[in-house]
Design a protein around this ligand. Structure first.
Ligand code: SF4
Length: 695
């Protein structure tokens, strides 16, 4: 399975971390595995330090190589055989479901799992467990953009065009995105854009590494992006920058949006957001007069209780300017996790079946049940979004057992201390991981599973490009793949369908299950991916073309037109007050990834970013009597974090920031809000009210 040019000690693959899925070569040299960047359209020969050091975890001393089962007598995790661990899980599932019904067992997946695993996990939940309770941490990544994309375009593909199009955009507007830190090789495309004379405009409450490179930086108060977008459209209307022909021919619903944004007077939005009217005007003129323009959103705009509406406001702007579907132009979302895109297409999401089908659509159920060889009436209905699922664990009527694959919600969930207590209250918690994450440390059974370089599979990157992961070597003794775990558990549970452990076999089945769906992979084969540097979905025909660019002629809506969505600003779920007078926002740093389970164990990354911190503006630090490096306490109504202060003028004086990669005392999510978006279920990670004091 190794694409190696014949050398068994070498494999062409992709980085295990973010959605850029940079191309790399792994090479076994002596007793270590070397990472070499390779030319691939997303990274063009570049890697960030996370990618360079990714292979260090393959032989890391913290690596789990034997199952662990909690000893009821001592309460400690003890090594066990695979048979004993799997028997314990199967017996626990049976006991819980016999006593409390099928929905008493839940599954929690991850946006880093391959397409094959995401598909198999969704099938396992619906067919082997017959529970409606499955969701995944991708819900906390781009679900707001996904929902807004479906609302407007009838389809959600992070970027509906290849990444290289960024380099050709005359104006590029980045909203709540900081690729200079989160996806550094992407900056090569932005450098192209700059070399061609393009303009970069960044919307971000912080002066990030990306914002420093911008021609114009709008620095709004967190939680006011929607109002900013509506004001931009207001100005576009008053300055005659609307593409009337495009709006008439390719969209519906503009009149209502026009009426809505009429009330967003720029001067009022300046008072609300802090963004000067002159900057709003300059932004609209740069977008509206450019021959090509792209608007991108990311977590800063999306991780709000109004995240879907915020994205819709920027989509409205893009549609009014006639951008989506025009060459070198459009709207897109920068997906975060490695398989954030593919992870949501194949059935890990509570409301979806493979092929991006709705689970409550009778035709979709019929098709997928046919592929699985089960009765459609036996498939459960939709579950609930990730936070609601975790919050219901152990409550009356809620799940009492959960299987976690590729996720660490003890660090990554909002209101994390509360979620941690929910997990502790379960009758059975099973975690499959290759390291003892904070969540695995709470489990009754921990299963040691393979890493990315030890198994084949596919990922779908932020462009909707399906990629091949090639295994370099077998998993070490004692370690099994996630797929093999599902095979074994399905057999023990007498599942009425097959669960192959071979990823090639799973992918063949996935292609059939996705056929005819929005995310149609029927024409994608592993061989074709290797030959073409990936295949863009939809690709329904093995002999037909794939689809690098969507929307050139029509949108995926019943009438082929994009739909405007009138949206209005509303305040954050938790306003500041006398007791909690500051805004708190979270984000990432270059050297760490997600909950840090992996990257905190890599020596070079630990040196680069050894611990959590709290960013404070110098004026605020003065007021609080805090100096650089002092430990500060950040408290919200839900909990607190303690970490050293980083005093910097790059943040607003009314806002504090902490990265979310650390557990323990520095856990940023101890503080975050559990308010969620009513449409997407996205938690409001990006704003809540806190007070800060010197610890
Ligand atoms: Fe590329 Fe992302 Fe990996 Fe860095 S973490 S090397 S940007 S895929």
């Amino acid at each position: 399975a190794t694409r190696s040019g014949g050398d068994p000690r070498q494999a062409e693959t992709h980085c295990p971390y973010c959605a850029l899925q940079c191309g790399m070569v792994l090479r076994e040299t002596g007793d270590r595995v070397e990472v070499l960047p390779r030319q691939f359209p997303t990274n063009r020969g570049g890697l960030c330090q996370k990618g360079w050091t990714a292979a260090e975890l393959l032989d890391h001393p913290d690596r789990l190589t034997t199952p662990l089962v909690r000893d009821p007598a001592t309460g400690e995790l003890r090594p066990a055989t695979w048979a004993a661990a799997l028997d314990r899980i199967a017996a626990g599932i049976r006991a819980v479901q016999t006593g409390h019904g099928r929905d008493a067992v839940a599954v929690f997946g991850g946006g880093g799992l391959t397409n094959e695993k995401a598909y198999a996990l969704g099938k396992f939940a619906r067919v082997a467990l017959r529970t409606r309770h499955i969701d995944y941490n991708g819900r906390w990544c781009m679900s707001s953009a996904a929902a807004a994309g479906i609302r407007a375009f009838g389809v959600d593909r992070g970027l509906p065009f290849p990444l290289a199009d960024l380099g050709r955009a005359e104006t590029l507007l980045l909203v709540g995105a900081n690729p200079a830190e989160t996806m550094p090789p992407l900056m090569r495309h932005l450098a192209d854009q700059r070399e061609r004379g393009g303009r970069l405009i960044v919307v971000d409450p912080r002066v990030t590494a990306t914002a420093r490179q911008a021609d114009l930086h709008l620095q709004p108060l967190p939680g006011t992006d929607l109002a900013v977008a509506n004001a931009l459209l207001h100005i576009a209307l008053t300055e005659g920058l609307i593409d009337k022909d495009y709006v008439a021919a390719r969209t519906t619903g503009f009149d209502e949006v026009r009426r809505t944004v009429a009330g967003y007077w720029p001067a009022e939005v300046e008072r609300l957001s802090g963004v000067p009217v002159a900057d709003l005007e300059a932004t609209v003129r740069a977008l509206g007069t450019a021959r090509s323009a792209i608007i991108l959103t990311a977590r800063g705009a999306e991780q709000h209780a109004k995240g879907v509406d915020t994205v819709s406001a920027f989509v409205n702007l893009a549609l009014a300017l006639g951008l989506p579907g025009r060459p070198g132009s459009g709207y897109g979302c920068l997906t975060g996790q490695g398989n954030g895109q593919g992870g949501r297409e194949h059935g890990q999401k509570a409301d979806q079946l493979p092929g991006y089908r709705k689970i409550d659509d009778p035709a979709a159920r019929e098709h997928v049940a046919g592929v699985w060889g089960v009765d459609p009436d036996d498939l459960p209905g939709p579950g609930v979004p990730a936070y609601q699922l975790l919050d219901s664990l152990g409550t009356p009527g809620g799940p009492r057992a959960m299987l976690v694959f590729g996720s660490n919600p003890v660090v990554s969930a909002p209101r994390a201390a509360h979620i941690e207590s929910r997990l502790r209250g379960l009758d059975l918690l099973v975690v499959a991981d290759f390291l003892l994450s904070e969540t695995a440390a709470l489990a009754d059974v921990v299963l040691p599973v393979a890493q990315w370089a030890e198994e084949d599979g596919t990922m779908t990157n932020l462009e909707g490009r399906v990629l091949r992961r090639h295994a370099l070597r077998e998993p070490p003794p004692g370690v099994r793949t996630d797929l093999a775990v599902l095979t074994e558990l399905a057999a023990r549970l007498d599942a009425p369908a097959s669960f192959p452990a071979d990823p090639a076999e799973v992918f063949t089945e996935l292609r059939r299950a996705s056929a005819g769906g929005v995310a149609d992979y029927a024409g994608v084969s592993w061989e074709r991916i290797d030959a073409d540097e990936g295949v863009f979905w939809p690709c329904p025909d093995p002999d037909g073309p794939d689809t690098p660019r969507l929307f050139a002629d029509s949108f995926a809506t019943p009438d082929g037109r994009a739909r405007f969505q009138p949206v209005t600003h509303r305040p954050a779920a938790e306003p500041v007050c006398a007791d909690y007078p500051l805004h708190f926002t979270t984000g990432r740093v270059l050297a760490q990834y997600q909950s840090g389970t992996q990257t905190r164990r890599v020596a070079a990354l630990r040196r680069a970013a050894p611990n959590g911190f709290v960013e404070l503006h110098p004026d605020l630090a003065d007021r609080l009597g805090v100096a650089e490096g002092d430990e500060v306490r950040v408290a919200s109504r839900r909990g607190e974090l303690r970490a050293p202060a980083r005093v910097t003028p790059t943040i607003r004086p009314d806002t504090v920031f902490a990265p979310f990669h650390w557990g323990g005392a520095a856990r940023a999510n101890s503080v975050t809000s559990d308010a969620t978006d009513p449409v997407s279920g996205m938690p409001e990670f990006k704003i809540c009210a806190v007070r800060v004091e010197k610890a």
